[in-house]
Ligand binder design. Structure first.
Ligand SMILES: [Zn+2]
Length: 191
């Protein structure tokens, strides 16, 4: 009986460890997790300001070189995606545009513009959270970060902390739809 109990306990422990490993894509480091948690904070802050909630952090050897939230509305800049703004800041910190040996953690799969910017910046590793079915240029619609025809490629880990990253976006767009519907049904001030 003792043996059976011990066995059950052990298999329960193994199951939990296995579930944890399965939840984290292969190659994810503790540093990646920490940086993604920070990117989620930045995404959350963007959402609170009425920007699509996406956050990005560029790091090397545990040090953050640049971080940003999506800033497109406030800056009225079509290139104001979190990745591009974070790249600009990281390049200033680093003192040059070549960000080799750097990783980026971003809550959403990069779009073609951002994936292209990561290639141009010579980023070594891309870690992203949720997939983007409408603009994803890394796994979903294109594979710009590993295209052998381009002069630089990087390693990619997708799906890191995917659930909270995707939830932020789902909640944001739901709230926006509800606000629009509310505005449509509200009588106008002049009526
Ligand atoms: Zn983008």
């Amino acid at each position: 009986m003792m043996r059976l109990g011990q066995l059950a306990q052990q298999s329960g422990w193994r199951r939990r460890v296995r579930a944890r490993i399965l939840a984290l894509p292969r190659g994810t480091t503790q540093e990646d997790q920490r940086m993604m948690a920070r990117a989620i904070e930045l995404a959350h802050a963007a959402g609170a300001r009425g920007e699509v909630p996406v956050g990005a952090v560029i790091y090397r050897a545990g040090v953050i070189l640049g971080e940003a939230s999506n800033d497109r509305e406030a800056s009225a800049d079509p290139t104001g995606h979190a990745e591009v703004v974070a790249l600009r800041r990281a390049a200033i910190t680093h003192g040059g545009w070549r960000l080799n040996n750097c990783s980026i953690a971003v809550t959403l799969e990069p779009c073609p513009m951002c994936a292209g910017a990561l290639v141009n910046a010579r980023i070594a590793r891309l870690v992203y959270g949720a997939r983007d079915p409408k603009a994803g240029a890394v796994d979903t619609l294109y594979d710009l970060c590993r295209d052998v025809r381009l002069n630089h490629r990087m390693s990619v880990i997708g799906g890191v902390m995917r659930q909270p990253c995707a939830q932020l976006l789902t909640d944001f767009f739901r709230a926006r739809r509800q606000a629009k519907r509310g505005a449509a049904t509200r009588p106008s001030a002049g009526a």
